[in-house]
Design a protein around this ligand. Structure first.
Ligand code: AMP
Ligand code: MN
Ligand code: MN
Ligand code: MN
Length: 282
């Protein structure tokens, strides 16, 4: 069975390749009933997405994917049902994007020292009007022929111990969850099986997350394997988290699960949307 909720996607406002409008129309055509646009550290795409959702037969959930540094690990926290005009949330995200700009310059400098000039300008070209992410550096490096594809670029240039790596200095877990809750949203740990953490460390992070008011974890995710679905479903049941589902779609040339093809949550899960009003557009 397929899920009609896809609660984790990206647009050109961050590192996706479809505009918010294109994304919404494609999701609606693919049979998604409820879509969350969750760009990295920005709500810039939400107004256009909301306009496109009107009359498209799809409910748009205002979302965000916030970059967090927890115990020197980068963790992503998704916010669902946020007020995109909330001043505290907007101020927090502004700070993250300022850090992103500084980090992009440092990535550019490090790559320059490693004999690769022009990377910041190249990444900015791929980012267009949106924020600059490592994905845009990866597209530039792939274009220059330094690796066979984007995955390979990450492995060779953009991760720990590689020339273009800059250790993250993002929001704290408390800040990210606080901004989301203050903006009226629900906080969800994105792709929990993908972090470079032991099971014990993951549980400790999830325990802190719950103490802070976080309520959900992604069980079905484009970044998870089929085995991960089962492991995360057990963890959600065990730690009494609601379960979320999201493709983490980044565009037609960069997806693991196509829009509209997300599998249903395992039956043991309580979906994060279990008490949401049915907002399906008429
Ligand atoms: P940033 O937030 O700028 O550090 O970029 C993180 C983004 O890079 C993630 O959201 C993914 O879209 C992408 N990414 C991270 N690791 C990889 C990888 N190994 N292969 C392809 N894309 C990746
Ligand atoms: Mn991304
Ligand atoms: Mn993520
Ligand atoms: Mn994502």
């Amino acid at each position: 069975m397929r899920s009609c909720h896809d609660l984790h996607t990206h647009s050109t406002a961050s590192d996706g390749s479809l505009t918010p409008g294109e994304l919404v129309r494609k999701a609606a055509a693919a049979g998604v009933a409820a879509l969350a646009l969750t760009d990295h550290d920005t709500v810039e795409g939400l107004a256009e997405a909301a306009r496109a959702a009107v009359g498209a037969g799809i409910a748009l959930i205002n979302g965000i994917e916030i970059s967090v540094t927890w115990n020197r690990c980068t963790v992503h926290i998704v916010g669902l049902g946020i007020d995109p005009d909330h001043p505290g949330l907007l101020a927090g995200l502004r700070g993250l994007r300022d850090y992103r700009d500084r980090r992009a310059e440092e990535i550019g400098d490090r790559l320059h020292k490693a004999g690769i000039p022009g990377a910041l300008e190249g990444a900015r070209r791929f980012a267009g009007d949106g924020l600059v992410s490592r994905t845009h550096f990866a597209h530039f490096l792939a274009e220059t022929g330094r690796a066979k594809n984007v995955q390979d670029v990450f492995k060779r240039y953009l991760v720990r111990n590689k020339p273009g790596h800059v250790p993250g200095d993002w929001a704290s877990l408390a800040e990210a969850v606080g901004w989301i809750l203050d903006a009226g949203g629900q906080a969800v740990v994105a792709h929990p099986a993908r972090y470079d953490m032991t099971a014990t460390k993951l549980r400790s992070m999830l325990g802190e997350f719950r103490e802070l008011g976080g309520t959900g974890i992604e069980v079905v995710s484009g970044s998870h394997s089929l085995d991960d679905y089962q492991v995360m479903a057990r963890l959600a049941a065990d730690m009494k988290f609601l379960a979320s589902a999201g493709s983490d779609y980044h565009g037609p040339n960069n997806f693991r699960i196509e829009l509209g093809h997300l599998p249903s949550l395992p039956a043991s899960c309580t979906p994060i949307w279990h008490d949401w009003p049915d907002r399906r557009a008429a």
